[in-house]
Design a protein around this ligand. Structure first.
Ligand SMILES: *[C@@H]1O[C@H](CO)[C@@H](O)[C@H](O)[C@H]1NC(C)=O
Ligand SMILES: *[C@@H]1O[C@H](CO)[C@@H](O)[C@H](O)[C@H]1NC(C)=O
Ligand SMILES: *[C@@H]1O[C@H](CO)[C@@H](O)[C@H](O)[C@H]1NC(C)=O
Ligand SMILES: *[C@@H]1O[C@H](CO)[C@@H](O)[C@H](O)[C@H]1NC(C)=O
Ligand SMILES: *[C@@H]1O[C@H](CO)[C@@H](O)[C@H](O)[C@H]1NC(C)=O
Length: 313
């Protein structure tokens, strides 16, 4: 009798505990909850505090548009940099987003996946009311660090000279609202979003502009005075191409020294660094490479698995 009663009591206690655990989990993780409600829809709306309690991390969301919820997933994990592959076709104003042409469709556009959500988020973070009337700076996307810029890499897949003017036009509404980092001929003035052209982005065109709200992805292995930080505040390169074969145990001493030199050179020129083509398999090798790159001082971890990368910070 007694033992039966205590079993019932224990069962009751357990279910109360699990109730508390469930309700506690719901109120403590509004971001995860919001993320669930966004799952599956690329035009879903946004409520103001998605980045509440999220701390910004030096992670670059490689092929960000492949995620179930592009952009928002990255922001919910504190990922400071996202990348979209863009395509443009003659006689069509739309800029499409996708890894290859078979993946393109009329909904997956630069406007729908990136520009509209960013404008929404930034409008929410910059209300115009009596409390903000005297504010002279614009808030970024991060509640925990409103002065931190977010990087938007635009990886141009179609012809650079033909595509880039359409990107510039598409970005103009964000720039008109003061949401973009810009270069005025002498200084970079940081704003909520810093656009970095990569892939086929035309160097000749971008580097010739004295007033622009877009930047270039510098070549980390061959930086020289043609690539000042005012043109490329970030420089990138393929780790695999730079160091050659990587042993399962990670970068060896020669490779470490080479990568360190590239990172130090870039930092001396006030340029941030990112390495792509970091082996992602076996898992132990990838983990070692992440740790080695961070220890050498790289600024952005290039990641496909954002949740995993966020655990390295
Ligand atoms: C903010 O609101 C005031 C009053 O409605 C208006 O005069 C002002 O132009 C608005 N500012 C912006 C940046 O929208
Ligand atoms: C793009 O135009 C520039 C001149 O503005 C030219 O030097 C360059 O070769 C062109 N690139 C391509 C891929 O056509
Ligand atoms: C560019 O911006 C910097 C910093 O805001 C400012 O000091 C400088 O006068 C500006 N230059 C031009 C040409 O507007
Ligand atoms: C910088 O390097 C590039 C090749 O990577 C070369 O085309 C360019 O002329 C160099 N610039 C200077 C100023 O040496
Ligand atoms: C490190 O690896 C590279 C590429 O596999 C190789 O060329 C180099 O000799 C290695 N260095 C050492 C110290 O093992």
């Amino acid at each position: 009798m007694n033992s039966c009663f205590s079993v019932i009591l224990i069962t009751m206690k357990l279910s109360i505990l699990s109730l508390i655990a469930v309700s506690g989990a719901v109120s403590a993780t509004p971001i995860a909850t919001q993320l669930l409600s966004l799952q599956g829809g690329i035009n879903t709306r946004y409520s103001s505090d998605i980045t509440r309690n999220v701390f910004v991390k030096g992670i670059h969301s490689h092929n960000d548009y492949w995620r179930d919820v592009p952009l928002y997933t990255a922001l919910s994990l504190g990922v400071v940099s996202v990348e979209a592959d863009v395509w443009h076709y003659d006689g069509d104003e739309t800029i499409y987003v996708g890894h290859h042409e078979a993946a393109l469709n009329a909904q997956r556009t630069f406007q729908n996946l990136y520009l509209d959500p960013l404008i929404d988020i930034l409008n929410q973070n910059n209300p115009n009311n009596t409390f903000t009337a005297d504010q002279t700076t614009v808030n970024g996307v991060w509640d925990t660090n409103s002065g931190q810029t977010t990087y938007l890499f635009v990886d141009v897949k179609t012809d650079g000279n033909e595509t880039w003017p359409y990107i510039v036009d598409a970005l103009k509404p964000l720039n008109d609202k003061g949401y973009l980092t810009y270069y005025n001929g002498s200084t970079i003035n940081y704003g909520p979003i810093t656009v970095i052209g990569t892939g086929n982005t035309p160097y000749e065109y971008v580097s010739a502009q004295d007033n622009r709200y877009y930047f270039y992805d510098g070549p980390i292995a061959t930086l020289n005075s043609s690539y000042p930080n005012t043109l490329n505040p970030i420089a990138s390169g393929s780790l695999a191409q730079i160091v050659g074969d990587i042993a399962p145990s990670g970068l060896n001493s020669t490779q470490l020294a080479l990568v360190k030199k590239l990172i130090d050179n870039a930092h001396e020129a006030d340029i941030m660094t990112r390495f792509w083509e970091v082996a992602w398999w076996p898992v132990a090798t990838r983990n070692t490479l992440y740790r080695q790159l961070l220890a050498l001082g790289t600024d952005l971890l290039n990641a496909d698995d954002l949740e995993l990368a966020s655990k390295f910070y």
